[in-house]
Design a binder for this molecule. Structure first.
Ligand code: GLV
Ligand code: MN
Ligand code: MN
Length: 409
């Protein structure tokens, strides 16, 4: 088996990390911003240097294909290069650049696999600016209509379509092309499990279900000093109650129930004015589909009840909703086998974060590889992974891609 060039690979992570770099470390490359464009330009340039055939589809997904010896559907890897506003160097970027390092290694040695190998950069995986998350891959697999994705607005009212056009990434390739033979995504774990246990590879068995809901509470703004407590319609108070309710509900369910209120926007947001409006997001996740549904019902019932008690109106809309996903058993086993071949201990585990792989799993056999995140930090500028773990993960990806791409029909 050829070995990847660890030094070149690590340098590529830092080079891409310059696009949208934050002072003091980390990256802000929110989807379809100028920084995202600079990251995309960097990636496309690298793909062309590697003589890959690069296409951009109508939702801005970039797919680069390294030709095989036969014209068959490609084995695909890849991930995303958009980040949250306070992102690190590795979330998503690691999977894309590892894919390109695999291609660079094969090309250096003149190796062509039987099937082509494709590296994809999917649009707006994070969902931090435009919801839902995993937007590009969801359109790719045909489960979000292109028009609906293109007309999605950010908080300032700019649409995905306008922003794609503005940065020059509204492509012409038909969405969903090429048809994918297998998909394998390499990603940092983004949680503490592997690092705490000193295990270098996570064999990902699936992804937990994800439910994002936005609640809008509307009451009456009034003077903070003169309005008696019992005469208030305080939207901010209802938002606070919902926050503690969701947190306590997750603790009460135990196991794998997760709840996060990550965004609360109060209007008018002033020290001496009772808020008349609060817009709150609730992120619920669970590997158990039924428990997730129960949590959603309880959160909704609480929000309505709390609003009514405080004489506040309540509206809600779903921002994203994905059931738990189980990856293909043969790909999961292949990841474990190849890791063991490299002498690496593995842990079979679910993914807590959402990934493009969970969408590709709808159309082809799919799996994922995790490497440890130091102290489990992610969506944080201090996100980090040991260089040896990054390099081993990429070598493992190379072996898995070659096995899949060279297998007989
Ligand atoms: C995507 O990063 C997520 O929120 O899981
Ligand atoms: Mn990611
Ligand atoms: Mn992320």
């Amino acid at each position: 088996m050829p070995s990847i060039d660890g030094k070149r690979f690590l340098a590529s992570l830092h080079a891409l990390g310059e696009c949208g770099a934050l002072e003091g470390g980390g990256v802000n490359r929110l989807a379809l911003t100028d920084a995202d464009k600079s990251g995309r330009d960097w990636a496309v340039n690298r793909m062309r240097e590697l003589d890959m055939d690069v296409t951009i589809d109508a939702i801005g997904n970039i797919v680069a294909v390294y030709r095989g010896t036969e014209e068959l559907p490609p084995v695909m890897t890849g991930s995303h290069i958009d980040t949250v506003r306070t992102g690190g160097l590795y979330d998503g970027n690691y999977g894309v650049l590892a894919g390109l390092e695999v291609i660079a290694t094969l090309r250096d040695r003149g190796i062509r696999s039987r099937r082509p190998i494709a590296v994809a950069v999917f649009t707006n995986e994070e969902g931090a600016r435009f919801q839902p998350d995993m937007m590009g891959s969801l359109v790719y697999v045909g489960d979000l209509p292109l028009e609906q994705a293109l007309t999605t607005q950010d908080a300032e009212g700019r649409t995905v379509g306008e922003e794609l056009e503005r940065i020059g990434y509204r492509g012409h390739e038909a969405v969903g092309s090429p048809r994918v033979d297998h998909f394998v995504e390499l990603h940092i774990e983004q949680g503490p499990v592997l690092h705490r246990r000193g295990i270098p590879v996570g064999v990902v068995e699936g992804v937990q279900g994800i439910s994002w809901t936005e609640f809008t509470f509307e009451g009456v703004s009034n003077h903070a000093g003169t309005t008696p407590m019992e005469l208030r319609s305080d939207a901010g108070y209802v938002a606070a109650c919902l926050t503690t309710f969701a947190h306590d509900l997750a603790l009460g369910y135990g196991g794998r129930q997760i709840a996060t209120v990550g965004s609360v926007r109060l209007t008018p947001n002033l020290v001496n004015v009772i808020p008349n409006r609060a817009v709150v997001t609730v992120d619920l996740r669970n590997t158990d589909a039924q428990a997730l549904e129960r949590a959603e019902r309880e959160v909704l019932a609480f929000a309505m009840q709390a609003a009514q008690t405080q004489k506040v109106t309540c509206r809600h809309r779903s921002l994203a909703r994905f059931d738990p996903v189980a990856f293909d058993a043969s790909v999961v086993d292949l990841v474990a086998r190849e890791a063991e071949r490299l002498g690496l201990n593995v842990l079979r585990m679910p993914s807590g974060a959402g990934h493009d792989a969970q969408m590709l799993a709808r159309v082809c056999p799919t799996g994922m590889i995790f490497v440890p995140s130091i102290d489990g930090l992610s969506h944080n500028v201090r996100e980090d992974t040991a260089p040896d773990d990054l390099i081993q993960g990429t070598q493992l990806l190379l072996q898995i891609l070659l096995r899949l791409a060279n297998r007989p029909s």
